[in-house]
Write a protein that binds this ligand. Structure first.
Ligand code: HEM
Ligand code: SF4
Length: 552
């Protein structure tokens, strides 16, 4: 894992001291809320419907057990005993008092964490694959590049006042688990014909009120040129991004307006200029220095098969179900990747209590090299577990209420905070996700339905990624009444697609039944081996429309 150097410590500690002064001035009334707003946003502090909220950065979703224990402590000391993992691999605390924020940030800084650049028109937390370093088909650990980008973009003077916020995601495998095509910049690590590693670059993806899929503007940027190329994109955006209209300010609108070809041409011009100076050339030694932080852990040489695991699968149905849905293949023989669902039946997607965080930290320390990951689907991952330890890990997770066997199944939903917390919401997201979860709680049925992603957002800002859910649900307001509009066929992986609107929105009373109808229609249509998304791609929207609007 990356460790802070003396500069990181100094920067973060100075920031905490500065913010302490700003909070004191706000509390004494010296600063109005309007004057305070830009200062708090620079430190990840938002004002929500009922209270201030703080968003903590978890760079590329990687945490040590020590860091997770600190998050647990903060949840207990300053919040209501829990935290909320988000779709950008961050953690949000919903209830700390403003007066406590400086102490909270001070505590965070003791474990090399902060909330800088988790808000505002800057480059946000760089996100990546939760299987980084462990995935079977990985070309290179994406955290190396993510860390280099983090260091380059943090406090970069040219990027502290961008037209709008800016999100970068990196994937090191052909299977995209980081949703790179719905980010402002998506980076796909690739090999060229001669086995050199470089980067395919997508630009202009995003969700919100104008969803767009990123366009590929480079097939292969060599390693040493990555920062020069990214800086070239940022310069074009900084020059031509719309600052006159907040709804048109994201880079996706620029790319849409001028076209991908013209964007590529302009970026290439800037790129050539920057390269001439050589200032952003990435030396191999520097890459190697960062790479060393992500050296593989001390894997043992193990047989790939584990008799302990095989026995337990036969003996315990609960365990077998959990292995089937929550455990993924690892590149090293005898190891497995464990996904921890933060979607218990009827729970709030992404919430994790302080006690659960402590439990996961202990499990990671004992069984997964003291490290864990946060996923953009609001779950956690232990990347390096010995197969023979899986029964013990399952038992420990079960004791902590964290053994829900539903990864990628219908109850593994993404949902934004919605009307329960968010001042921008049209409708509630969390209670709806809970109702859907209750409706489909039967595990055998969930396994029968198979992979199906339901994403819900409480308004068009799309924090819950509804456009890219296989089933997307969007809260809309009609004359003060909550309605839900449904989209079908979205995806956020290597076959990214924006879902199609199925028809008129459903009322709060109708929406769960409508989801049931969609599922039943799929079960009736599917051919052997087809997932929901495969069936949808084959049949299109019509049969779903017919069954939905024939009954409603
Ligand atoms: C309650 C406080 C929140 C507020 C006020 C808020 C506000 C917004 C707004 C205004 C946008 C649209 C920005 C744009 O398109 O330019 C947005 C987008 C987004 N938010 Fe939130 N959000 C909140 C909480 C969250 C949470 C909890 C998550 C994660 C679960 C989240 C994840 C996202 C994501 C992933 C986008 C992506 C849209 C894109 O990149 O195009 N937000 N948010
Ligand atoms: S999608 Fe809308 S309702 Fe949901 S958190 Fe974002 S801004 Fe709030």
């Amino acid at each position: 894992m990356y460790r802070y150097d003396e500069f990181d410590y100094q920067i973060v500690n100075e920031r905490v001291a500065q913010f302490r002064g700003q909070v004191a001035r706000r509390l004494s009334g010296e600063l109005t809320e309007d004057e305070f707003k830009p200062l708090r946003l620079m430190n990840g502090v938002y004002l929500q419907l009922h209270a201030y909220m703080i968003r903590v950065a978890i760079p590329y979703g990687t945490l040590s057990s020590k860091q997770l224990r600190m998050l647990a402590h903060i949840g207990r000391k300053y919040d209501r005993g829990y935290g909320h993992f988000t779709t950008r691999q961050n953690l949000q605390f919903n209830w700390p008092a403003l007066k406590d924020m400086p102490d909270l940030l001070h505590d965070l800084a003791t474990v090399e964490m902060h909330a800088i650049q988790t808000s505002g028109n800057c480059i946000r937390n760089v996100t990546s694959d939760q299987y980084a370093g462990a995935a079977k088909d990985e070309i290179e650990d994406p955290r190396i590049v993510s860390e280099i980008i983090r260091q380059w973009s943090t406090f970069h003077p040219e990027f502290s006042f961008l037209p709008r916020k800016f999100k970068i995601a990196v994937s090191g495998t052909p299977d995209d688990r980081a949703a790179i095509r719905v980010h402002d910049i998506g980076i796909q690590i690739v090999r060229d014909g001669k086995d050199a590693i470089g980067y395919e670059i997508y630009v202009g993806g995003g969700l919100g009120r104008t969803p767009m899929i990123g366009k590929k503007i480079a097939d292969f940027v060599p390693k040493e040129d990555l920062l020069a190329y990214l800086e070239a994109i940022m310069r074009v955006y900084n020059m031509y991004g719309r600052r006159d209209n907040i709804y048109k300010a994201r880079i996706k609108i620029l790319v849409h307006e001028i076209g991908a070809e013209e964007m590529k041409r302009q970026v290439d011009v800037e790129f050539a200029e920057i390269r001439k100076t050589g200032a952003l050339h990435l030396p191999a030694e520097e890459v190697a220095r960062i790479q060393a932080y992500f050296a593989p852990p001390g894997y043992e040489t193990l047989p790939d098969e584990s008799t302990e695991l095989n026995k337990a699968v036969l003996a315990d149905r609960d365990f077998a179900n959990w292995v089937k849905s929550n455990v993924a293949a690892h590149k090293v023989p005898g190891y497995a990747i464990v996904n921890i669902s933060l979607k218990p039946i009827g729970g709030t997607p992404g919430d994790c209590s302080s006690d659960q965080m402590d439990a996961v930290a202990d499990i990671a320390e004992k069984y997964s090299f003291d490290e864990l990951r946060v996923t953009h689907e609001q779950n956690l991952t232990l990347a390096d577990v010995r197969k023979k330890d899986l029964p013990a890990v399952h038992a420990a997770l079960k004791a902590a209420g964290l053994a829900t066997a539903n990864i990628n199944l219908i109850t593994d939903q993404i949902a934004c905070p919605g009307l329960d917390y968010c001042a921008l919401a049209n409708a509630r997201s969390i209670p709806l996700a809970q109702q859907i979860s209750e409706r489909f709680s039967d595990l055998d049925r969930q396994h029968d339905i198979g992979e199906l992603k339901i994403n819900t957002s409480g308004c068009i800002n799309a924090c819950g990624h509804h456009h890219v859910g296989h089933i997307g649900i969007l809260g809309v307001d009609k004359k003060g009444v909550e309605y839900y509009q449904v989209t079908l066929g979205g995806a956020a992986d290597e076959k990214t697609a924006i879902g199609d609107i199925v028809g008129p929105a459903f009322t709060e009373e109708q929406i769960v039944d409508a989801i049931e109808t969609i599922v039943t229609t799929y079960l009736g249509l599917r051919q052997p081996g087809e997932r929901f998304i495969d069936t949808y791609r084959r049949t299109g929207i019509d049969p779903f429309k017919e069954s939905l609007y024939a009954t409603h």
